[in-house]
Ligand binder design. Structure first.
Ligand SMILES: O=C(O)c1ccccc1NCC(=O)[C@H](O)[C@H](O)COP(=O)(O)O
Length: 222
């Protein structure tokens, strides 16, 4: 079974659709430059509005970019996420400190534009619970993720990876089947591919994406 994360959810409607349609992970973005940004208090309100605090029907992931301790403390207090996704230039040492400070699991995103980018994987073997491979955004891009950009999925095929991993970047309901076939990904992540405008999720696209993922054969990730 291929597992899916729907990222950048900001409304009760889209969060509910994602969970009910089978997302294993739901992502909330805590990064002020993002159109999907939620302050910790707003993230908590969203979880409360959808009953997610009690049910935890999907794992809650908060996406951060080089978070400082004040943000981590606020996220822990208000959200208590299952995972913190590190989407910046964090080192393995900083990731260990984030885990110790928050008690959350760690998803480390590694940007990919070519085969050399996969060499960094070994640094994260004993540190991250999950890895994420996302398209490297241009140096002048507004955001380091959530840009709808993809990379050569075949780079990941047959690569021995030390942790369960997500394929991310430019996935859509129409291409996710091919992306998993070419990469061998056990888990997939999407944001802009299920939006009608930046930061505005489209429930029908969330359902279509999760339906496509649900039909995939594949390895069960842990
Ligand atoms: O989504 C954002 O706004 C964002 C901002 C800053 C850092 C990371 C961000 N998103 C991280 C994700 O996990 C996205 O789902 C991932 O980059 C894939 O995005 P997309 O290509 O739009 O599907």
């Amino acid at each position: 079974m291929t597992l899916a994360k729907i990222c950048g959810l900001t409304t009760p409607e889209s969060l509910t659709v994602a969970v009910e349609a089978g997302a294993a992970f739901v992502g909330l973005v805590a990064f002020e430059k993002s159109p999907r940004h939620l302050a910790p208090e707003d993230a908590r309100r969203l979880l409360d509005q959808t009953g997610m605090v009690e049910s935890r029907r999907a794992k809650v992931v908060v996406v951060t970019v080089d978070p400082d301790d004040a943000l981590l403390d606020a996220l822990t207090r208000h959200v208590a996420p299952d995972f913190i996704q590190l989407h910046g230039h964090e080192t393995p040492e900083r990731a260990e400190a984030v885990r110790a400070r928050t008690g959350a699991g760690i998803i480390k995103c590694l940007p990919v534009s070519g085969p050399d980018d996969l060499k960094r994987v070994t640094d994260w073997a004993g540190v991250a619970d999950h890895l994420m491979f996302d398209a490297r955004t241009p140096a002048d891009a507004a955001l380091p993720g959530g840009m709808g950009l993809s990379f050569d999925w075949t780079l990941l095929r047959g690569v021995d990876l030390p942790r369960p991993w997500f394929l991310a970047g430019g996935l859509t309901p129409d291409n996710v089947t091919e992306a998993v076939r070419l990469s061998g990904a056990p888990m997939v992540d999407v944001s802009s591919g299920v939006e009608r405008a930046p930061g505005v999720k489209e429930p029908a696209l969330i359902r279509a994406f999760l339906e496509a993922v649900g039909t995939l054969p594949g390895k069960q990730s842990s």
